[in-house]
Design a protein around this ligand. Structure first.
Ligand SMILES: *[C@@H]1O[C@H](CO)[C@@H](O)[C@H](O)[C@H]1NC(C)=O
Ligand SMILES: *[C@@H]1O[C@H](CO)[C@@H](O)[C@H](O)[C@H]1NC(C)=O
Ligand SMILES: *[C@@H]1O[C@H](CO)[C@@H](O)[C@H](O)[C@H]1NC(C)=O
Ligand SMILES: *[C@@H]1O[C@H](CO)[C@@H](O)[C@H](O)[C@H]1NC(C)=O
Ligand SMILES: *[C@@H]1O[C@H](CO)[C@@H](O)[C@H](O)[C@H]1NC(C)=O
Ligand SMILES: *[C@@H]1O[C@H](CO)[C@@H](O)[C@H](O)[C@H]1NC(C)=O
Length: 733
């Protein structure tokens, strides 16, 4: 059985913090008949490579004469045939037998013994047989456990491949994965549809309405006379882009999985580069622009209305590679073009610098008893509404000619096949609006588009009215989440009108008006990039979410199995702790809040180790056993790492502005109970240092710290000193 029944994880929604927006899709047969584990076995891989090279050499001659399209078909053919030949025959299955084989053998043996026991009257023999059967049963249990441990280890590894910023989202996704089910939709009369053909029709028509605008012209694939790219694609570019493809993604309509290209040979890279170059040299298209749309139910939404389905588009691997190459090529220009207020999808920027900015603004409002107003604009499905022609016009001013040609090609008529029930491929439609579905270039293109629109918005916003307002950052953005900051709310109608010119539709009802102030409390439950502005509220929410994850981990993943302690702890860290500590570096907690959180963390650890009342374990031995530290220490480390990271960024980013604004005094400093805010906590961290000259109470202090932060080594040393000073003596009585 070579057909691989893979479970594929897909990310959707571009907003990583949207826990609600993530889920998974299900199993699907991949026609290339290879299995990742087989692919990775050395024998198979070598066979695949050798076979592929031989085939590519044979078709090279032929390809000289063929059209681009035929050449690409030949290459695809070579890939598929080589894959089949290497993984589809028994030579590759000489690897060690799977645990399942062992188990089924043992299981048969066990059944056989049971029969023998039943059929014998000889007591002595019966005892002997029983003993043997027990041994076999024991081995079965052991094997199953081993297998289970192995399986879980693999999952942990997968999560750990993500960087820390994404770890939480991976965790949430993994915990919530379900098997893929065909979507249920209702017809116009509200009845649930059973016939898959009718389901397909309804789903396809719904998304056609969404992704196709008849009033808009489609983008032509090519413009001008066919000509070579000034900087043709190189084998090296192709190799690099293929290397960065993620494993285990469902392939698109070409049914060639990323692995097959990724583990290809230099000759394959050369062939692909040649074919891509010929596309532009000859203005001949290859089938790169079609995607397969899979609709899955949005979690927590009622079944029936198609709007409660989330579309996932699977693209051909070759297109993914081309997008990645383009992304690399345009990145520097795009970085220069984007305003520093945008934190989304950029190197070295993340949701935590956005959260950091909001926390400092809140601290400012409290410190001086002023009201700071934040207008949070909500755009409906912004990625799906952009006008591709306008986008091209904007892009033209930013990138080189080559890249413009490539992007034009990628934006031209993208065809979407809706797939329900496996392989159905009917009712294709052309999508001509929005960034291409499922393309890795899309977030970047969107940022550029939005930036251009915001440039215009900025011209209509009122100038800051006084000294205080001048110090505030005016804009904080993460992808399509845009906040305007000032002493007044902005005129949303005016903003709406301007954005509308770009077909970006502001949802006035969902626009959030938040007032930060000393006395106010309402703002504390305002969520920005997945983090609540109120620290206590955010901690409570994180506790709740992580406990839900822990319950799932214990009940669904671990169950009663005797999982190794190490594995359990790894799972805990990846799947639960990551949810608990999301953006924890921005928290400002009092001593007692920290203690409570530490106790909460210990409780989770005890649950993982299954230490229940009345069994006692001292705090220090619990931490030792788990290789953990008090959570407050973890948070402190995070805080200083994030602080250093932000101090090393461009001084124009909103986070710097909000910190500077905090220290710019505007006369009245509110006298009253000192409040625990992020700057106060940072200063407190410093005050614990012995022989200390450092503090954080003025702009000068901030600048001094900024200097230190430029030297990573020095910053690390400082952070270590701060951690050591904070580490309380062990509190075991
Ligand atoms: C055919 O391809 C080979 C290698 O790719 C090249 O050296 C040769 O010049 C080509 N011949 C023609 C007629 O294009
Ligand atoms: C390849 O092209 C040459 C002319 O460019 C032609 O003479 C020859 O017949 C072609 N070969 C094939 C196999 O099509
Ligand atoms: C073994 O069988 C179990 C249950 O049938 C399955 O979940 C698991 O994936 C199989 N493992 C391997 C390595 O094939
Ligand atoms: C769905 O459509 C296909 C082809 O159009 C047809 O063969 C099949 O019988 C239909 N299935 C149902 C359940 O109507
Ligand atoms: C662990 O530490 C907390 C807080 O310091 C303390 O209240 C508690 O008694 C300790 N638990 C044990 C078992 O020592
Ligand atoms: C950011 O930091 C720099 C360097 O300390 C400071 O001079 C500047 O005023 C700050 N930028 C803004 C826009 O506030």
């Amino acid at each position: 059985m070579n057909w691989c029944h893979k479970i594929m994880l897909i990310v959707f929604g571009w907003m990583p913090w949207a826990e609600e927006k993530t889920t998974r899709i299900g199993a699907r047969d991949c026609a290339t008949k290879t299995d990742e584990s087989q692919m990775q076995s050395k024998v198979c891989l070598d066979q695949y490579k050798t076979g592929l090279n031989e085939r590519l050499i044979t078709i090279e001659q032929d390809n000289n004469n063929s059209t681009v399209s035929d050449s690409w078909t030949n290459v695809q053919q070579a890939i598929k045939e080589s894959a089949k030949a290497s993984a589809g025959v028994n030579t590759c299955n000489k690897q060690k037998r799977t645990a399942n084989d062992t188990i089924s053998e043992l299981s048969n043996r066990q059944k056989d013994l049971r029969l023998q026991i039943q059929n014998t009257d000889n007591e002595e023999r019966k005892i002997k047989l029983r003993n043997e059967r027990n041994r076999v049963l024991h081995t079965i249990r052991k094997t199953i456990l081993e297998q289970r441990n192995e399986e879980l280890e693999k999952k942990v590894q997968k999560i750990n491949e993500a960087n820390s910023d994404n770890a939480m989202f991976k965790a949430v996704k993994l915990l919530n994965q379900k098997h893929y089910e065909n979507p249920s939709v209702e017809d116009s009369s509200g009845k649930l549809v059973i016939n898959p053909n009718q389901t397909l029709e309804i789903v396809a028509d719904f998304f056609k309405e969404k992704f196709q605008n008849k009033d808009l012209a489609s983008i032509a694939s090519f413009q001008g006379i066919p000509r070579k790219l000034n900087k043709p694609f190189t084998s090296e570019e192709v190799r690099k882009s293929l290397e960065s493809l993620k494993n285990n993604r469902a392939p698109g309509g070409d049914e060639i999985s990323g692995e097959l290209l990724k583990y290809g040979t230099p000759l394959l890279h050369k062939s692909i580069a040649n074919i891509l170059n010929r596309v532009f040299e000859e203005h001949e298209t290859i089938n790169i622009n079609s995607g397969e749309l899979i609709a899955i139910p949005k979690p927590g939404k009622p079944k029936g209305p198609p709007k409660n389905l989330r579309p996932i588009t699977l693209l051909n691997t070759i297109r993914k590679a081309l997008s990645i190459i383009t992304l690399h090529r345009i990145r520097p220009n795009i970085e220069e073009y984007l305003s520093h207020s945008q934190s989304g999808f950029r190197p070295e920027r993340s949701t935590s610098d956005v959260a950091w900015t909001h926390k400092w603004l809140a601290a400012k409002a409290k410190k001086e008893d002023v009201e700071i107003k934040i207008t949070g604009i909500d755009m409906s499905a912004a990625f799906d509404t952009i006008d591709r022609q306008i986008l091209l016009d904007i892009i033209e001013r930013i990138v080189e000619e080559d890249e413009l040609r490539i992007i034009r090609f990628l934006l031209s008529d993208t065809v979407i096949n809706t797939r329900i029930n496996g392989a159905t491929k009917e009712r294709p439609f052309v999508s001509n609006i929005g960034t291409p579905q499922g393309d890795s270039l899309s977030p970047v293109l969107f940022s550029v588009y939005l930036e251009n629109a915001l440039k215009e918005v900025r011209t209509i916003l009122p100038r800051p009215t006084n000294k205080l307002e001048k110090t505030l950052p005016t804009e904080i953005a993460y992808a399509d989440d845009v906040d305007f900051v000032g002493l007044n709310f902005v005129d949303t109608e005016e903003v709406q009108n301007t954005l509308h010119k770009y077909n970006l539709l502001v949802n006035i009802d969902k626009t959030e008006f938040t007032t930060l102030s000393r006395a106010g409390t309402e703002y504390k439950n305002t969520k920005k990039v997945g983090t609540l502005i109120g620290d206590e509220e955010d901690v409570e929410r994180r506790k709740r979410l992580s406990n839900a994850a822990l319950t799932k981990l214990l009940n669904v993943w671990i169950k009663g199995d005797k999982i190794k302690r190490k594995t359990k702890l790894k799972l805990y860290r990846s799947l639960v702790k990551s949810i608990l500590v999301y953006n924890c570096g921005t928290w400002a907690l009092t001593k007692s809040e920290e203690e409570k959180l530490n106790a909460f963390h210990r409780k989770q650890l005890r649950k993982v180790l299954n230490i229940k009342y009345p069994v006692k374990i001292t705090n220090s031995s619990l931490y030792n056993k788990c290789e953990e530290h008090p959570l407050s220490i973890y948070i402190l480390e995070n805080r200083w790492r994030l602080f250093g990271h932000i101090l090393r960024r461009n001084i124009e980013i909103p986070a710097n502005k909000s910190m500077n604004s905090y220290f710019a005094t505007h006369g009245k400093k509110f006298r009253g109970r000192p409040l625990t805010t992020l700057p106060v906590v940072l200063n407190k961290d410093l005050s614990r240092l012995q022989e200390n000259t450092l503090q954080l109470t003025t702009r000068e202090d901030l600048e001094h710290l900024r200097c230190i932060a430029q030297n990573r080594q020095q910053w690390r040393e400082l952070s270590t000193r701060i951690r050591k000073a904070a580490e309380a003596p062990p509190s075991d009585d």
